[in-house]
Write a protein that binds this ligand. Sequence first.
Ligand SMILES: C[S@@+](CC[C@H](N)C(=O)[O-])C[C@H]1O[C@@H](n2cnc3c(N)ncnc32)[C@H](O)[C@@H]1O
Length: 260
Amino acid sequence: MDNAFEPAGHLDLASEYFRDQGLAELVVSSQASGANGYSVAIEPDIDDLVRLHQLVRERRAFTVLEFGCGFSTLVIADALAKNADEFASSDAEVELLPADAFRVFTVDASEAWLETAIGRIPNGLQTHVVPTHSPVRAGTHNGQLCHFYERLPNMVPDFIYLDGPDPQDVGGAVNGLDFSHRERTVMSGDLLLMEPSFVPGLMALIDGRTNNARFLANNFRRSYDWLEDPGGDYTMFELAEPPLGMKNRERLAYCAGEDE
Ligand SMILES: C[S@@+](CC[C@H](N)C(=O)[O-])C[C@H]1O[C@@H](n2cnc3c(N)ncnc32)[C@H](O)[C@@H]1O
């Protein structure tokens, strides 16, 4: 696996970007709406949200899978709505669009937080968000301790954002080992289950969770460019394989901005 990305300077002028893209207004008004009565324990992280929005926009992502809902769900929905407008005003053929284009599928173990996150989405963005509630249970991948969501949305993403679950939401144990121990790091194995059907160009952004990201790097079977950025506390993977065929090639060309 190559470590080919350069840290991208995505966070330069983060606050300015957050304001200029209307994200500050979106996030502030969603907090003011009372978020369905649940208290907001973690404040929005502007740098993380800006990085996420910029990546979904720059890569012209079509279909996002998010593990761990929150303000990020709102920000991804906004980026996808902008990608949809950009696609509509481009010369690209409608046939290029994948199933589930311009949707974020967000999976969460907490019904309460899912309700809060969905409650924040303004009417104009709701068609862009598909929630899935699922328990998460400890399990194994090739004999190694990790955990899996029990229900995943049946879709194929071109962008994955891994920022959940909360370790306290992981149920079950393997031979006495569980994720309620405060020294045990989260260890999602879901991307390994999905890996065979990833398509070239897929990007996975992992927020923090460095031990989980290294577990994925050590267990992925395919070829990725990847970057671990300790300063920004994130890891990115991009499936670096030749296109599968005409459709995949055309989508990759559009996403690379080759129609401009
Ligand atoms: C790291 S948080 C996910 C944060 C989200 N991706 C974001 O950027 O806003 C992990 C889990 O905490 C719960 N959660 C979501 N928003 C939260 C908040 N504001 N405070 C505390 N927990 C939250 C959800 O169950 C989520 O799966």
